[in-house]
Design a protein around this ligand. Structure first.
Ligand code: SF4
Ligand code: SF4
Length: 363
């Protein structure tokens, strides 16, 4: 199946990888990408990128590596395109000074990587990182940033989803908290034991808190809960939930266009280039399309679906945890509907994400 760029009508999201370089070396990630695959800066003519984004009528997200290492490209893109679309950035939050404040304030969504409590975060992301990221968050708020500030977490063996998510929410700085599970980024670890002993009980506890707060009229910005409830209440869903390969595409610094920003060297993910006028779509098939949770899960992650880096057994472990998570959220659907009917919760407040802001919804 192909998507004729000239005829694109629906709003898509173009993720621009500004550089393959990163100034950190987090333990679940590995830092900079090989420059032979993801160059340190763009090698294409900027006008090709601008034309592509305009033709796609796309929102724009900046990504890396660490995108602020090549902030020059961010500024040039924003200068060229101006207003009229959503701008999003996923950053590790350590290079605040690389971008002038005017540009920061143009973002509709800023995702700062932070993994929860200080010792957990710094264990994964490096000593002192927690304080640096919070400094950036506070600088943004004190400068008047009123867009969506999202704490973007990775959960791994030291993480306690209840304690780490509530910690970030209680800081009172972030509008939303979103997380991804470290499943496949590193070698296989005892994920299923951690999930059964800690993560799934923590999810249920967090859902109870979410409902209690809603009873008082406050919607906690917990993205995976909101995303699943959005499908239940509004019937809107897509596969995969991040849109990768369907209506979200990534432009690498060498002008290649790929389905998912991390699938930098996977043949299946290559869908075109800035020089072409047509890009291919990539889709999720079985076993997901027959799965009873497909409508909510959407196949979770195109990259994990295609690569199966933890093998079939690992894929099934993640599915088990995904299904349990979705079930736990749907268990409170009736309560949420009742709160809406009673006028205690604004239904529109549960419409999240309101546009593709790079939160993948399903952890
Ligand atoms: S739970 Fe697993 S099988 Fe079901 S849709 Fe999600 S990824 Fe696919
Ligand atoms: S959820 Fe998976 S497919 Fe989607 S952007 Fe992330 S890694 Fe890529």
């Amino acid at each position: 199946m192909s998507l004729i760029v000239e005829n694109a009508v629906k709003m898509t999201l173009i993720i621009i990888t500004t550089t393959g370089l990163c100034n950190l070396n987090c333990s679940y990630c590995g830092g900079s990408l090989p420059p032979s695959i993801v160059p340190i800066k763009e090698t294409y003519d900027l006008q090709l990128l601008i034309d592509f984004i305009r033709k796609m009528r796309a929102d724009v997200a900046f990504y890396g590596g660490e995108p602020l290492i090549n902030s020059n490209l961010i500024m040039r893109v924003m200068d060229e395109l101006g207003e009229g679309r959503h701008y999003i950035i996923q950053t590790n939050g350590t290079l605040f000074e690389n971008l002038p404040l005017d540009y920061w304030l143009m973002f509709d969504t800023i995702l700062l990587s932070i993994d929860g409590r200080e010792y957990v975060n710094d264990h994964y992301r490096g000593k002192g990182n927690y304080k640096t990221v919070l400094r950036t968050a506070k600088l943004l708020r004190s400068a008047g940033y009123d867009g969506d500030l999202i704490a973007r977490m990775t959960l791994w063996y030291l993480s306690d989803v209840y304690l780490d998510v509530t910690h970030l929410l209680n800081l009172g700085i972030f509008d939303h908290v979103h997380w991804q599970l470290n499943v496949i980024w590193t070698d296989r670890w005892n994920f299923i034991k951690w999930a059964k002993d800690s993560y799934l009980p923590g999810i249920r506890r967090l859902i109870s808190l979410w409902i209690r707060e809603m009873e008082g009229g406050r919607i906690l910005g917990i993205v995976p809960f909101l995303g699943v409830m959005k499908v239940a209440l509004f019937g809107e869903w897509r596969s995969p939930p991040c849109g990768a390969g369907k209506d979200t595409f990534t432009v690498l610094p060498n002008g290649k266009i790929i389905a998912c920003p991390i699938a930098i060297d996977s043949q299946w993910a290559y869908v075109g280039s800035l020089m072409e006028h047509e890009i291919r779509k990539v889709e999720i098939g079985e076993p997901c399309t027959s799965c009873e949770y497909f409508r909510y899960c959407g196949g979770r992650c195109l990259y994990a679906y295609k690569e199966r880096l933890w093998g079939e057994e690992g894929f099934k472990e993640v599915c088990y945890v995904t299904k349990e998570t979705i079930k736990s959220i749907l268990d409170v659907e009736g309560e949420v509907r009742k709160l809406i009917e009673e006028g205690r919760v604004d239904k529109e407040g549960l419409y999240y994400p309101p546009y593709d802001n790079t939160t993948e919804v399903i952890p």
